[in-house]
Design a protein around this ligand. Structure first.
Ligand code: DX5
Ligand code: ZN
Length: 216
């Protein structure tokens, strides 16, 4: 099955953000991936809600919002106000993950849980029935353009097996260092959604790169 492609606007040219979002609108990408950072959970700050309000206006594609922040539940109303489809919160940032997942659902969004490279897939056992999607980080979050961590392919395989054992319908998304080569192996291992930043916006023809990723 063709993977869902979620281009990350973190790698877009912020001087020409509208142009880059229009490219995503024209492309075969199904979603738009939005990385929100706080300089605390991750060592970087990206963009906040005043900017994202305009991003949301520029596209009708579902927004796949990835919060790399502490206490992400504080921002459920703001993420909802963007019209987000999916709200991804980090396992490592939520002491009461089950509660946060329920709050995201109550707000009318699809809840997703994200795990860092050092967090084992097995820890998702007791939450897998409650989430729409699991996002496996294949780099340490905070920056675009980093090198893919090889062990992530094995984690996708493990997660696929855990999902099947549990009879869950959760999607598997992978984020970080995804390109045509790593993407092909991730899809083969069971990934449903590929996030790509640098691979898309660093390509000579970003729209064509999305088409190629979609064919994997
Ligand atoms: C990293 C972000 C990613 C990032 C991926 O912290 O979560 O979404 O944009 O960028 P690439 O595809 O360049 O690794
Ligand atoms: Zn991301």
């Amino acid at each position: 099955m063709k993977p869902i492609i979620s281009p990350s606007i973190l790698s877009a040219d912020f001087g020409y953000l509208a142009r880059d979002i229009e490219m995503i609108n024209r492309s075969e990408a199904e979603w738009v991936h939005i990385d929100i950072m706080d300089g605390v959970f991750v060592p970087n700050i990206s963009f906040g809600f005043p900017v994202l309000k305009y991003v949301a206006k520029l596209t009708d594609k579902p927004l796949d919002v990835h919060l790399m922040i502490v206490n992400p539940e504080k921002f459920i109303p703001e993420v909802k106000a963007l019209g987000a489809h999916t709200m991804n919160v980090h396992y490592e940032a939520c002491t009461h993950l089950h509660r946060v997942i329920q709050q995201i659902k109550e707000a009318g969004m699809q809840p997703a849980v994200t795990i860092n490279p050092a967090t084992p897939v097995a820890l998702l056992q007791d939450i897998i029935q409650d989430v729409y999607m699991v996002l496996i980080m294949s780099v340490n979050p905070g920056f675009g353009g980093q090198k893919f961590i090889e062990h992530s392919v094995e984690k996708v395989r493990e997660l696929r097996a855990l999902i099947e054992r549990a009879g869950s319908k959760a999607l598997i998304e992978v984020d970080g260092g995804v390109n045509l080569e790593t993407g092909a192996r991730l899809v083969e291992a069971g990934a449903d959604v590929l996030v790509a930043g640098n691979a898309v916006f660093g390509a000579p023809d970003p729209e064509e790169m999305i088409r190629q990723l979609h064919k994997l």
